[in-house]
Design a protein. Structure first.
Lengths: 360, 106
């Protein structure tokens, strides 16, 4: 059965109670619009400032029911396997006891299973395809679609698409509050749920990788989503105002700069995740840059990676979006298969991230 | 319980990305989480989410002849039956009720 919102929170509490030496509950400061507290479960034997961290996000989009369940399942697996000194298996994707120990004792995994509990509760009880949070509708606006902000268009990365992209770039976001899917919000990081993710990245500078789990395609996406990648012209980047009228167009010879080394790391790690997924039951998610049919702005993955470029004191965070499965709400027996794919992918990320990043 | 009109998931395939963009620009559907199109021998495809009236309008759109539209599922109808697969109450409220993941411990 899918977890409801109360169960996600009590699962975090129960796991910490059962494994107090290998876990810690972290509570970000901002309550949701409906007054909910959200929490993370840190898994690792070392202190948060001792070893590199991986931030794992789920539930940003309300209707995508599998990611929170996947993150709770994986946290439970890793904690139990470490405690029992066993390995873990998902289909034909296997991890030895030594590998589980390596992850738990040399990294911190920060599980943030349900960033948007208000939205999830609404999607599970009232509206199948609800995507946004539950920010009240602006004064004077009526209609259910005027409620809410798309949290994954609310991060402070090229947020103002009307001034930062070519007018014909068709950026997949909206400045219209009543857009039922992709309203970007009234200001960058206007939403408490967005600010909670920012708070985690600000507070824990040892975080070097982030995977935001969504559904569905399936695919593993790496930076950038704002424009097509290029590694030859450093000046063509999101901070360059002279590109504000041309950014985001496909195949125009102007792209977002990503250093070759970072691109190599991002792709290599994504491919190792995909290998682990494929071993579960043969599904090939594939690996792509996040710029798809359209550019995006204000997304978590690009925000995470952009932070070290806008603030040289910030840690570089390689960001991913994993679009798992092929539907938002499959029957749970199918969701269980997808949860195993996500679990295998994230364990592969944890196992390979330090080596691939340091060795590139 | 459900306040919205039924939403249909459709798979739309066009000969190329430009034709797909043109169809989406004209019909303004929900393109899902990220608009990631997949290339196959049939062309460039993407899942779209449309209410029945939107789907009818999309089939009649000027750019519709450039795409094939295949209905995959009624998302809302499936959701109605899925509500029985959501936890009721709180399975982990008791301190001894510890979640177990789906991985094999081996």
């Amino acid at each position: 059965m899918y977890l409801n919102v109360a169960e996600i929170e009590s699962a975090i509490t129960s796991l910490h109670d059962a494994y107090p030496d290998t876990s810690e509950i972290i509570t970000p400061p901002h309550l949701t619009h409906e007054g909910r507290t959200t929490r993370l479960l840190r898994v690792g034997t070392r202190q948060i400032d001792e070893v590199p961290g991986i931030l794992l996000l789920g539930g940003i989009h309300a209707r995508e029911w599998m990611p929170p369940d996947a993150l709770v399942s994986l946290a439970a697996d890793v904690l139990e396997a470490h405690d029992l000194a066993t390995g873990l298996g998902y289909g034909s994707s296997t991890f030895t006891a030594a590998q589980v120990t390596q992850v738990v004792e040399n990294l911190n995994l920060l599980f943030f299973p349900c960033v948007n509990p208000d939205g999830r509760a609404f999607s599970q009880t009232t509206s199948a395809t609800w995507r946004k949070n539950r920010r009240p509708a602006p004064a004077g606006s009526t209609g259910s679609s005027c409620i809410g902000v798309d949290l994954n268009r609310n991060f402070d990365f090229l947020w103002d698409h009307t001034s930062k992209f070519a007018p014909d770039a068709d950026v997949h976001t909206s400045s219209t509050p009543c857009n039922p899917q992709v309203y970007r919000g009234p200001a960058p990081a206007s939403e408490p749920e967005t600010r909670n993710v920012v708070w985690v990245l600000d507070t824990y500078p040892k975080i070097q990788w982030m995977a935001d789990v969504h559904s569905a395609v399936p695919v593993i996406l790496h930076n950038w989503g704002s424009d097509q990648n290029q590694s030859t012209t450093p000046a063509d980047n999101f901070r360059n105002p002279s590109l504000d009228t041309v950014r985001g167009r496909p195949d125009d010879g102007i792209g977002e700069f990503i250093p070759e080394r970072d691109l190599k790391i991002a792709v290599e790690l994504a491919e190792r995740m995909n290998d682990a997924i494929r071993a579960v039951r043969g599904v090939d998610y594939g690996v792509e840059a996040a710029y798809g049919l359209y550019p995006t702005s204000g997304t978590s993955d690009d925000y995470a990676y952009s932070r070290h470029l806008t603030n040289p004191a910030a840690t570089k965070v390689i960001g991913y979006t994993i679009e798992c499965g092929d539907s938002f709400q499959p029957v749970f027996s199918e969701a269980e298969q997808v949860i195993q794919e996500v679990s295998a992918a994230l364990l592969a990320l944890a196992l390979n991230a330090p080596e691939v990043t340091d060795g590139a | 319980m459900n306040e919205e009109l039924d939403v249909i998931r459709c798979h739309v395939v066009a000969e190329n990305a430009e034709a797909l963009r043109e169809f989406i620009h004209e019909t303004q559907p929900d393109v899902g989480c990220r608009a990631v199109a997949r290339h196959t021998q049939a062309g460039v495809g993407l899942d779209l989410y449309l209410r029945q009236e939107q789907l009818d309008q999309a089939r009649a759109a000027r750019s519709a002849p450039q795409v094939s539209i295949i209905e995959i599922e009624n998302v809302t109808e499936n959701w109605r039956s899925l509500t029985e697969e959501i936890g009721s109450g709180d399975r982990f409220a008791h301190r001894d009720a510890i979640p177990h993941g789906l991985g094999r411990k081996e």
